[in-house]
Each structure stands twice: as structure tokens, then as C-alpha cells.
Design a protein around this ligand. Structure first.
Ligand code: NAD
Length: 492
């Protein structure tokens, strides 16, 4: 049974489907980046609200911005925006549900004007984003907007035919201003610390150059709430698609799989109102920063730690790697010794329980989160997930040995082979540069720290550099597993 609107009533005999009339739902949110995470998280929360027969003004229009997104766009078009969410419970069972909150979908490369008009539509009050860490165009070395990006250069030259999020947002906000419309909320749902401030600062940098007269209007009329997002959502595998077909008879070209845990802590700062996501489990707070810091430096960093170490040891999935006692003990140590001291006040949160739950979540055998996915774009992830911890620990005169070990492992991983010589698939916007520096590091480990946009000033810290070089040589001489054994036994 093919998943689409006309088959919904038949599908309802097999799995939960939207109990609301999707034709009644008005689009109040434009979301850019309709990847797996958006569909497991925000679209799911929004669907829960619609199931409660609330918030009919908050349907989602999903925008695919990149040429690369043809497949997801065509899938959503074929399936009337519907998809199946498969929640992989800890006990091995699967909870399946058809999500209906994406009521419209647009493919930007096909019709940029349509996307700009949609973002400028008076009914649209919120523009949300999951454009990945790399999509923000932030340069760590200059701590500013990367005007060297060729697509940004293109958008500055051809503002009516943009290719980047900045080109689109600028044109849409310009239209809102010219038409005397209200501003809106631009809400990042990416894994970036103070993601609201990030998108605000990057957008304003771009606008000051592209449309200077729009700057003040944006400052006065657009809000950029920070938010912490969490739900492990691995890439969908062909087995997931086949299993859905075999167990429920549903033909869905791109279901989404995720863990049961979900968390969304949002700064309550919305220019034109918001859905009642608080009714379905989201938490609205005045300051998201401490929660974000906790999550990025424990969960996201934890993922990168297991991913990089696991990749070198030849594991394919996160759960396999975390069931290696040496890796999980190392991660436990890293979280307690180097991360916990830098965390702020987390009112209402049991940190020990959070860390314990994390290891259980990583170990969920049903999630099969691909190490390749977790390690992809590490050059954008390390500066956000791991290096802030290093900087804070250096400031506190705390230990950085464990983080330095992870960076050394990443340098060796960047050579593109695991410890058995099996090639690793490295997906990274900076792949070429990583390649050059990782190769130079074989004879001179320090060379890897010369990746300016990633490490910035850190290469000048003697304490960090020495710990990193020691770890690099140790891994090269003894292998990851032996090093982990030593570190763990020395620290326990
Ligand atoms: P995905 O690969 O399924 O989707 C990525 C989406 O980002 C695609 O729609 C793509 O078009 C878009 N994108 C990528 N680069 C872009 C750019 N430069 N401009 C505009 N759009 C761009 O990945 P996903 O699992 O959906 O994850 C996306 C992001 O969500 C992550 O990078 C992270 O910040 C956040 N997130 C993911 C998870 C997870 O477990 N998957 C958990 C929490 C947060």
C-alpha cells in the first residue's frame, strides 16, 4: 500500500495516521532542510499538536534548498508530504506512525521565487532551519561570516536567484519590509551552541553587505530564539524501508527512524507567536545556554568520541562501538573529568542520570546509528562539540589530555583508513584540506593543528599541543585499544 493521502484510511488499519484533516491546516512555518532530524523532531512535535486538534495555523512547508535534495523533494511530492516515523524502542519493538504536519513542500532550485514568496507570506510566522552545522557559513578563525564562499559570492551578485539560506532569508525579509508586513521568527534547530545568536549574527553580517538598509528593520522585527534540540535520528537504511513494507505493508520511499528519547528546550522569544509545543513535551525557558552546553559537550561530543575511536577500530555503528568496554569507559571518563567541570547551573536536571541515560541511548542496538554519519563533517563538529570544552578547561587550568587524545585520533582517522587498513569514507566539506594536514601530521603531528578555521588559537597552547602530540605518537605506536586501556586503568 503506497503511502499517500488517498490511502490514509486503509493505512490507518495498520499504523497510527493523522486524525486531522490536513486540508484544514494553514502553513504557519516554513522549514528549510527537510532531512531526517526535522522529520523526527519538530515535525513530530507539531504533528502531536495537530493530533490534539490544536494549532491549525501551524502547518509546515518543507523547503529543500540544495540540488542534492531532489530525492527527498520528489519523495514528499509523491507521498503528499506524508512519511512514516519509526521509533525504535529500547526493548527492540518499533512504534510506527504516519506524520502529516508537513502540508506543503517546495524545491528551491526549481523555483526560487516561490520559496521567497512563501517565506514572505503573511500567514508564515516562523522560519525554522536544520541546515547542518556547515550551513551557517561561520569561519572559526575570523569568528565571522565566510564571504569567501563561492555560493555567497553568487548570492551577492544575483540576489533574485539565490542559492544559500542567507540569500533566501534576505530576499524574503526585504519583501516583508517593502510590503509593510510584520517580521517573523527565525529559529535554528541545528546543533550549534546559541544557535539563535549564530543565525542572527551570520544573517546580519550578510545583510549589511547585501542590503544594508534592511539591517535595522531585521533587528527590530525579527526574533532569533536559541534552542537546544535532541533526538538521535540515524540515516534511514534500505533495511528500514523493507522492514516497514514487510511488517506493515506500507510502501514508503523514505521513512524516518529515531530513538524514543526527545528533548527540545526553547528560549521563549517569538516575534509573532508560536505553536504550543510546550503542550507536547517541549520546554520553554528564558535561558537555553546551560542546557545547550550540556547537550553539545556530552551527547554530541560523546557521539564524535565514539564515532572517531570506533571508526579506527573498524566498527560500523555507534552501538557496536559503545559496547566495547574500553571505549565506553573512556567516554565516561571524558564526560566526568573534562566536561562536567565546565557545565553551568542546570536547574531541574539530574546530570548524573543524564550521563547514565546517554550511555544507554548510545547503546540502543536498534538504532544502528552509522559511524560514517556521525563522523561526517567532523571539521564543523569538533569546533562546536569538543574544542569549546578544551578552551574552557585550559582557562580553568583543568585537564585536556582526554580531549587531546580524541583530536589526535581524529587526525589519524583523517588519513582515511582504519587500523586494519580498511578505507574509511570521509564526508567533509574540508576533506581536501584535512587530507593535506593529516598527511603532513604523519611525520609532524603538529601540522594537523594548523587547520586554522578549526583550531584557531588552540595551536598556541603548549599544554594542549603537548598532550595532543603525546597522544598522536601513542596511538601510532600502540593502537587505539591499547591506549584506551592504559588511559582507563591509569584514571580509575
Ligand atoms: P540529513 O542529512 O538527513 O539532512 C540534512 C539537511 O540539511 C538536508 O535537508 C540538506 O538539504 C540540508 N542542508 C545541508 N547543508 C545545507 C546548506 N548549506 N544549506 C541549506 N540546507 C542544507 O541530516 P539530519 O539528520 O536531518 O541532520 C541535520 C541537522 O540536524 C544536523 O546537522 C544537526 O545540526 C541537527 N540534528 C540532528 C540530529 C540527528 O540525530 N540526526 C540530532 C539533533 C540535531
Amino acid at each position: 500500500l503506497k503511502l499517500n493521502n488517498s490511502n490514509l484510511s486503509k493505512i490507518s488499519e495498520r499504523v497510527l495516521v493523522p486524525n486531522y484533516n490536513r486540508l484544514d491546516i494553514k502553513t504557519g512555518i516554513v522549514h528549510v532542510g527537510i532531512g531526517g532530524f526535522h522529520r523526527a523532531h519538530q515535525a513530530y512535535y507539531t504533528d502531536l499538536l495537530l493530533q490534539n486538534n490544536k494549532n491549525k495555523d501551524w502547518g509546515i512547508c518543507g523547503v529543500a534548498l540544495l540540488d542534492f535534495d531532489t530525492k527527498i523533494y520528489n519523495t514528499l511530492k509523491e507521498q503528499d508530504g506524508l512519511y512514516t516515523l519509526i521509533i525504535k524502542e529500547l526493548d527492540g519493538t518499533h512504534t510506527k506512525q504516519v506524520i502529516g504536519s508537513i502540508v506543503e513542500y517546495l524545491f528551491a532550485p526549481e523555483d526560487p521565487v516561490k520559496v521567497i514568496e512563501k517565506m514572505a507570506h503573511p500567514d508564515v510566522k516562523i522560519i525554522t532551519l536544520t541546515i547542518t552545522e556547515g550551513g551557517y557559513n561561520y569561519n572559526e578563525a575570523t569568528r565571522g561570516f565566510d564571504f569567501g564562499n563561492t555560493l555567497i559570492k553568487h548570492d551577492l551578485e544575483f540576489p533574485n536567484n539565490p542559492k544559500t539560506i542567507y540569500g533566501y532569508l534576505t530576499q524574503a525579509l526585504k519583501l516583508r519590509k517593502e510590503r509593510g508586513l510584520k517580521g517573523c521568527t527565525i529559529q535554528s534547530c541545528d546543533n550549534i551552541q546559541e544557535n539563535g545568536h549564530m543565525i542572527k549574527n551570520m544573517l546580519l553580517s550578510y545583510v549589511k553587505k547585501a542590503q544594508p538598509s534592511l539591517t535595522n528593520w531585521i533587528i527590530e522585527n525579527v526574533s532569533f530564539p536559541n534552542a537546544m534540540v535532541d533526538r538521535i535520528t540515524p540515516a534511514t537504511s534500505s533495511e528500514d524501508i523493507t522492514s516497514l513494507k514487510n511488517t506493515s505493508g506500507i510502501l514508503d520511499a523514505w521513512p524516518v527512524v529515531c530513538e524514543p528519547f526527545k528533548q527540545w528546550v526553547i528560549e521563549d522569544n517569538f516575534a509573532q507567536g508560536r505553536p504550543d509545543w510546550g503542550n507536547v513535551g517541549a520546554q520553554f525557558v528564558t535561558d537555553v545556554v546551560p542546557y545547550e552546553k550540556m547537550k553539545l559537550s556530552l551527547l554530541n561530543a560523546g557521539h564524535s568520541v565514539i564515532g572517531i575511536l570506533g571508526a579506527l577500530l573498524g566498527y560500523q555503528t555507534i552501538d557496536q562501538a559503545v559496547h566495547n568496554k574500553n571505549i565506553s569507559t573512556f567516554l565516561h571518563l571524558y564526560m566526568n573529568v573534562e566536561v562536567t567541570p565546565i557545565l553551568g547551573n542546570l536547574e531541574g536536571l539530574d546530570l548524573d542520570l543524564y550521563k547514565k541515560t546517554l550511555l544507554e541511548r548510545f547503546g540502543n542496538k536498534n538504532i544502528k546509528d552509522q559511524i560514517e554519519r556521525i563522523c561526517s563533517e567532523s571539521s564543523a563538529k569538533f569546533p562546536i562539540f569538543i574544542l569549546p570544552t578544551v578552551k574552557a578547561q585550559l582557562k580553568n587550568n583543568g585537564s585536556v589530555d582526554l580531549a587531546a587524545f580524541i583530536v589526535a585520533a581524529w587526525a589519524i582517522y583523517s588519513l582515511g583508513k582504519d587500523e586494519n587498513g580498511v578505507p574509511l569514507v570521509i564526508k567533509d566539506a574540508n576533506k581536501l584540506l584535512l587530507d593535506v594536514k593529516a598527511t603532513a601530521a604523519v611525520t609532524n603531528p603538529e601540522a594537523f593543528l594548523e587547520l586554522e578555521t578549526i583550531f584557531g588559537e588552540l595551536k598556541n597552547s603548549t599544554k594542549f599541543k603537548e598532550a595532543y602530540i603525546k597522544a598522536y605518537n601513542n596511538i601510532t605506536n600502540n593502537g587505539v585499544e591499547q591506549c584506551l586501556r592504559e588511559i582507563n586503568s591509569n584514571s580509575l
